[in-house]
Design a protein around this ligand. Structure first.
Ligand code: UDP
Ligand code: UDP
Length: 462
């Protein structure tokens, strides 16, 4: 055997949105560090500027990674659909184009890792090429339990208190991703179509770690949730990668943070996709000022950053609130993409008001920042439950509901921020989680050993 044939060649296929792209690129970086040859398939065009910017930085930092463009067929859905959903659909409809791309790769593939949202369309391609294939499930082990068990649960009507998942706990009705309650909804159809096929995968990768989701991981791997479940590997927390993330100059936010005392600032950001209604944005602003704490607040006016920004910051906040914030002089509000990695890593940040997107939760865990969770859609209540119960490093006001369920008032938000920022035990707990996270990915740690074993297996099979 020649030495080059011992190198594992891994193809990665992410789906739309930063919440899916970011963990794939972090995994790609980890695989490069484990001396794998990596091919990254990039569905083109991307939805947001944030995605295309991150891809450019990634390929500059890792020129050894082979890029394969997947030119997408148009989506079958039109009018008013979420642009990220249209992209999911376009990628799913274009997966058959992968076969000629992947079967001609040299050296031949040792494995193929694709997004959790692509199981049905990729399965026949991966099977035809005859390569071991895995999904990267970009949410928690808890959410993966729910996802795997959902088809069984869907046989009932959810009239009761929620869903009892064997080997796991129950998910209350109010925490179920709302899109799944719509019997004719497209998400429900996709879940029902894809989830039963997890047993056909060679494995599942998760951005989590044993120390915080051990019971769930054990139940999954013991086949308690779904019989014949393939191995579920915890590889996280995926570390923000200094080589390609935040390589630009230190922006306004970081310069401002540099001037604030240690642990004094609450950072507010609801991920890459959520643009709240303007009345809710103004209540958040009111709450931040009322709390009396310093704050760094990332406001999003549009779902997609490519859309014309007709309103400036003052247009979104309203003049009255903008003036209060300026007069109070305790907060910085930005309406642009920020480098969340560097913000959570900054000593001035003492709390994170977050929508509990899974990447944000794992980043907060890695940097030891307590969370005030306000889950707004999808898997986020299941993630918030993790933060409060398993992780124990945050709080969540369940009566705030999903996005748009009701207007959450400034008083409530201000009180919750005070509760978070004054709670010493959360700081201690977040510090413990941070230590456990670092142990998991350090030399001899559980996640590091899992990745080592998998890449060794791929190398041997070459
Ligand atoms: N993020 C960022 N800057 C922003 C907004 C988000 O760096 O202004 C990053 C954040 O660090 C995370 C990802 O974008 O890695 C968002 O993923 P998450 O799962 O938290 O939420 P989603 O955007 O999928 O709702
Ligand atoms: N989802 C899925 N299959 C799909 C589309 C979405 O499993 O084809 C999952 C998705 O990853 C999330 C939930 O459904 O767990 C809600 O999706 P949404 O797009 O709102 O969230 P996000 O992409 O930010 O995770």
């Amino acid at each position: 055997m020649s030495s080059s044939s011992c190198v594992a060649h891994v193809a990665l296929l992410p789906s739309a949105g930063m919440g899916h792209l970011t963990p794939f690129l972090r995994l790609a970086a980890m695989l490069c560090h484990h001396h794998c040859h990596v091919t990254l398939i990039t569905p083109k065009p991307t939805v947001s500027n944030a995605e295309s910017n991150l891809l450019s930085k990634f390929f500059s930092a890792f020129p050894q990674v082979n890029q394969l463009n997947l030119h997408l067929l148009p989506s079958s859905h039109t009018a008013n659909a979420d642009p990220f959903f249209l992209q999911f659909d376009a990628i799913r409809r274009s997966c058959h184009l992968l076969h000629p791309l992947l079967s001609s790769l040299s050296p031949p593939l040792s494995s193929f890792v694709y997004d959790m949202t692509l199981i049905s369309p990729v399965l026949p391609v991966a099977t035809a090429i005859g390569v071991p294939h895995y999904i990267l499930f970009t949410s928690s082990a808890s959410m993966f339990c729910f996802y795997s068990y959902f088809p069984k649960a869907a046989e009932s009507t959810f009239d009761g208190d929620g869903i009892d998942i064997p080997g796991f706990s129950s998910v209350s009705k109010s925490s179920l991703p709302p899109q799944l309650l719509d019997r004719d909804g497209i998400y429900r159809k996709l879940f029902l179509e894809d989830s039963p096929k997890v047993t056909k995968l060679h494995g599942v990768f998760l951005n989590t770690f044993e120390e915080v989701e051990s019971k769930t991981l054990k139940a999954l791997n013991a086949g308690e949730v779904v019989k014949d479940m393939p191995p579920v590997h915890a590889l996280g927390p995926f570390v923000p990668c200094y080589e390609f993330e935040g390589l630009g100059e230190r922006g306004e936010s970081l310069k401002w943070l540099d001037k604030q005392p240690n642990g004094s600032v609450i950072y507010v950001c609801f991920g890459s996709r959520i643009a709240l209604k303007s009345n809710q944005i103004r209540e958040i602003g009111d709450g931040l000022v009322r709390s009396g704490f310093r704050f760094l607040w990332v406001v999003k006016g549009n779902k997609v950053d490519k859309e014309d920004e007709e309103k400036g910051l003052e247009g979104v906040l309203g003049i009255e609130l903008a003036e209060r914030i300026t007069k109070d002089n305790k907060g910085l509000v930005v309406k642009e993409w920020v480098d969340q990695r560097q913000i959570l890593d900054h000593s001035a940040v003492g709390g994170f008001f977050s929508h509990c997107g899974w990447n944000s939760v794992m980043e907060a865990a890695f940097y030891g920042v307590p969370i005030l969770g306000w889950p707004l859609l999808g898997d986020q209540k299941i993630n918030a439950e993790f933060v409060v119960s398993n992780g124990g490093f945050g709080i969540w006001k369940k009566d705030w509901g999903w996005e748009g369920e009701r207007l959450v008032r400034g008083e409530e938000i201000g009180d919750a921020i005070k509760e978070l920022m004054r709670n010493e035990s959360l700081i201690t707990k977040a510090e413990e989680v941070k230590m456990a996270a670092r142990k998991a990915i350090g030399v001899g740690g559980g996640s590091e050993i899992n990745l080592q074993k998998i890449t060794e297996q791929w190398k041997k099979s070459q």
